[in-house]
Design a protein around this ligand. Structure first.
Ligand code: URA
Length: 226
């Protein structure tokens, strides 16, 4: 079947907020070859005021079709994991390391991650979330390169001033029973981690990669509304 590439939908309106403007930039992005195959770019969903910012790996087939993150099987499991702590996706801003589907859901290439990293920086500097929940190895590696998810999961970290809580990716939990148990543990700990983030966050670590809260140069500056 011939795919129909969509640049404007689902946000075919004049952007009114910084976040909408960033989403529009993502819908029009052609910085890497993934844009050629996409039906939709998948910028993210959730309120600009969200305290929690969840970061996955990249859109799959369902996400590509709908233009929204975590709407397939992994998304259904994410709903259940959030429900176990009385949260819903509506409370949270959710996005991915890469914003367009990689063919066959393969791992994102370094150059694809690099091409998308400016959007992630814009999203983080715009939302200034209290807590980033990284789901899986790729999202963890953005903040803590070289740390394996099996060791880093379930513990609050302070990476260059950004509080980060690494959890098992729901898609990994679908593949293996032991990962599913770990994912359940990680999410059951989320309310306590949120409380810790609010009241007694850990001291800043010596970060390997700094995700600046304020953009360091013109390229990364938040877009101004026009
Ligand atoms: N769906 C997403 O949007 N991201 C993932 O990482 C997996 C499924």
């Amino acid at each position: 079947m011939l795919k129909r590439r969509v640049d404007y939908e689902p946000e075919a309106k004049v952007p009114e907020t910084r976040l909408e403007l960033i989403h529009n930039l993502i819908h029009h992005c052609d910085r890497c070859p993934l844009h050629r195959e996409r039906i939709h770019a998948v910028p993210g969903t959730g309120p600009e005021s969200a305290e929690i910012f969840m970061l996955g790996e990249g859109p799959g087939k369902n996400e590509d079709e709908e233009g929204k993150p975590f709407v397939g099987r992994a998304g259904k499991l994410l709903d259940e994991l959030l429900a176990s702590v009385e949260m819903t996706k509506q409370d949270i801003y959710i996005t991915n390391i890469i914003k367009c589907r990689a063919p066959g859901n393969r791992d994102p290439l370094p150059e694809e991650q690099e091409a998308c990293s400016r959007f992630l920086r814009m999203q983080l500097t715009t939302l200034e979330p209290l807590l980033v929940v990284t789901m899986g190895q790729f999202a963890l590696s953005h903040f803590l390169p070289g740390e394996p998810i099996g060791k880093a999961r379930g513990r609050l970290r302070n990476v260059g001033g950004q509080l980060v809580y690494p959890v098992i990716h729901p898609a990994a939990a679908l593949r293996r029973g032991d990962f599913h148990e770990w994912a359940k543990e990680d999410f059951l700990r989320l309310p306590a981690i949120l409380e810790q983030a609010r009241s007694e966050p850990p001291a800043e670590e010596n970060p390997k990669v700094r995700t600046p809260r304020k953009p360091p140069n013109d390229e990364d500056r938040q877009p101004t509304l026009i």
